[in-house]
Design a protein around this ligand. Structure first.
Ligand code: SF4
Length: 450
C-alpha cells in the first residue's frame, strides 16, 4: 500500500523537492512507515529516504536543499523496510541509472526474477532493475515501458525517473490502483496517486491516467500512449476507506460517493427513533452526514481526534493498533450521554475498534443505546493487489453474521451496507470494479493484451 507522486518542472529554475514533499504530506494516509524523494538536476539523481512519517523523515529544510533539481518523484509506503536503500523510490545504477516507485502488487514477480535474471530484496528493486535492462536494450523510455508493462502482471501505478531526466508513468490495464494527472499551466507535469495532491501544491487536476496508459515526459514534450488494452476493475475499497474525500478517482468524487453511501445505509438500515447520528472520524463523517439528512436524525460530533492521525487498520503490530485506536478517538460525553446513538463507521476489520468504541460510549459515556451502521459490505477476504487487509482468519465478518457481531461488539443492532448499495453509491458498473475483499472473487488480471 502506498502513494506516489512525480513532478516534471519544465523550467530549470524549479526546486522540485519542496513540491514533492508537500505532495507526500497530502498522500500520508496511504502509507505511514517509509517515505522518500529522488530528484534530477540535469546531471545526476539525488535521493533521501527514511522510515517514519513524511515530516519526521524530512525534518529540516537542509534535507530538501540537498535534493537539487527540477524533476522529482516520491513515495509513501506502509511496508516495513529494514534497509533504507530499499525504501521507494528505489534507485538502481546499472546497467542504466534510474529511480522507480510504485503502488500495488506484482503477481508474477517470481517468474520475472527467473526469466529476467535479476534479483532484489523487494518488488520495487526488482522492477527497477528490469526497467533499467529494458531501457538499455531499447534506448527509448516509451518503448522500454511498453515492453516492461507487457511483462509484468498485477495491480500497479508506477513512476520511473531516468538518469537522463525523463519521467515515465504507467498504470495497469485494470486500473486497480489509482493514478491521476495534472498540470502547472498548460503543461501536464504532475502525476499522483490521488487528485488531492494537485490542490495541495497548486496544480490543476486534469484527468485519471487511464488503465493501460503511459505518459512520457522529457524536456521538450509529453507523449501519451495506450499501451495495453484497458479492462477497468477499479478498487472499490478506495471509495469506502483509503482515498481522501477531497480526491476525485476514476471520474468519481470520493466525497460524493461517501455521501451516497450514507444515503444507502439510511435506506437499507435506518434506526427507528434514533436520537443522534455520530460518524467515526474521519472517513465515516460524510456517511453520517448523509444518513442524518436522509433519516432526519440530528447529526452530532461524537469524537475529537487526538494526537497524530493514525489509520489503525493499517498499522502493522497489535501494540500500534491499540495505540492507534486510543489516539484516534476521544469521545465527547455531552453528545453521547443518555441518548439513543446511531454510530456510523467506515469498515469493520477485526472488530476491535468497534467493540472498544461501543464499550466507551455505553459504559463510560452513558449512551442509552448504540446502533452501529457500517458504510462498507462485509470484509471477508484479503487483497491480492497490495492493499493492507489483515489475514482472512482475523476478519470478523468471515466468522460472524450481523447479529453475532452486534453481540460481540456490545451494540444494540449492527448492520453492514449491502454490496448492491456500495456499487450503486460508487456509480461505476459492477463489472468495472474490483470487489474482491467483499466477495472473495477477484478480477482476472491479464496484462499481455494490447
Ligand atoms: S481486493 Fe479489495 S482492496 Fe483489493 S483491490 Fe479489490 S476491492 Fe480493492
Amino acid at each position: 500500500m502506498g502513494g506516489i507522486v512525480g513532478i516534471y518542472g519544465f523550467s530549470k529554475e524549479w526546486r522540485m523537492a519542496r513540491f514533492v514533499y508537500y505532495a507526500l504530506l497530502a498522500l500520508q494516509h496511504r502509507g505511514q512507515e517509509n517515505c522518500g524523494i529522488v530528484t534530477f538536476n540535469g546531471e545526476s539523481l539525488s535521493q533521501y529516504k527514511g522510515s517514519g512519517l513524511v515530516d519526521q523523515v524530512f525534518s529540516n529544510q537542509n534535507i530538501l536543499d540537498e535534493l537539487p533539481g527540477w524533476i522529482g518523484i516520491g513515495s509513501v509506503t506502509s511496508t516495513i523496510e529494514k534497509d533504507s536503500s530499499k525504501i521507494q523510490p528505489v534507485v538502481v545504477w546499472e546497467p542504466l541509472p534510474l529511480a522507480l516507485c510504485f503502488d500495488g502488487k506484482i503477481l508474477n514477480i517470481k517468474d520475472l526474477v527467473e526469466k529476467e535474471k535479476v534479483n532484489g530484496e523487494n518488488e520495487a528493486e526488482i522492477l527497477a532493475k528490469i526497467f533499467s535492462l529494458e531501457l538499455e536494450q531499447t534506448g527509448n523510455p516509451m518503448e522500454a515501458m511498453v515492453n516492461f508493462m507487457g511483462k509484468i502482471k498485477g495491480a500497479y501505478s508506477l513512476i520511473v525517473l531516468t538518469g537522463k531526466g525523463e519521467m515515465i508513468v504507467g498504470r495497469d490495464p485494470a486500473g486497480i490502483k489509482p493514478l491521476t494527472i495534472g498540470s502547472f499551466g498548460f503543461d501536464y507535469g504532475v502525476v499522483a496517486s490521488e487528485s488531492c495532491v494537485m490542490d495541495v501544491i497548486g496544480a490543476d487536476f486534469k484527468n485519471d491516467v487511464q488503465p493501460g496508459e503511459v505518459y512520457h515526459f522529457d524536456a521538450y514534450s509529453i507523449e501519451r500512449k495506450q499501451v495495453l488494452k484497458p479492462n477497468p476493475k477499479f478498487c472499490a475499497f478506495e471509495y469506502v476507506y483509503y482515498a481522501r474525500p477531497d480526491s476525485i478517482l476514476n471520474g468519481k468524487s470520493i466525497y460524493e460517493v461517501r455521501m451516497k453511501i450514507g444515503e444507502k445505509l439510511a435506506e437499507e438500515h435506518s434506526v427507528n427513533k434514533g436520537e443522534i447520528v455520530l460518524g467515526v472520524p474521519e472517513t465515516a463523517i460524510p456517511f453520517a452526514m448523509a444518513y442524518s439528512n436522509k433519516t432526519k436524525t440530528p447529526l452530532g460530533i461524537g469524537f475529537v481526534q487526538t494526537g497524530r492521525r493514525i489509520r489503525s487498520a493499517i498499522k502493522p503490530t497489535e501494540f500500534e493498533r491499540i495505540v492507534g485506536v486510543q489516539l484516534k478517538l476521544n469521545p465527547i460525553r455531552a453528545a453521547i450521554a443518555g441518548k439513543k446513538i446511531v454510530l456510523v463507521d467506515d469498515s469493520v476489520v477485526r472488530g476491535t475498534t468497534t467493540k472498544n468504541t461501543v464499550n466507551i460510549m455505553r459504559n463510560r459515556m452513558g449512551a442509552k443505546e448504540v446502533h452501529v451502521r457500517i458504510g462498507s459490505p462485509r470484509l471477508i477476504a484479503q487483497c491480492p493487489f497490495g492493499t493492507d487487509v489483515p489475514p482472512k482468519d482475523e476478519l470478523i465478518a468471515v466468522h460472524l453474521n450481523a447479529e453475532e457481531v452486534s453481540k460481540v461488539v456490545g451494540a444494540d443492532t449492527f448492520h453492514w451496507l449491502s454490496l448492491k448499495g456500495l456499487v450503486e453509491a460508487i456509480g461505476i458498473p459492477r463489472k468495472n470494479l474490483c470487489l474482491g475483499c467483499f466477495t472473495g472473487k477477484y478480477p482476472q488480471i491479464n496484462c499481455k493484451e494490447r
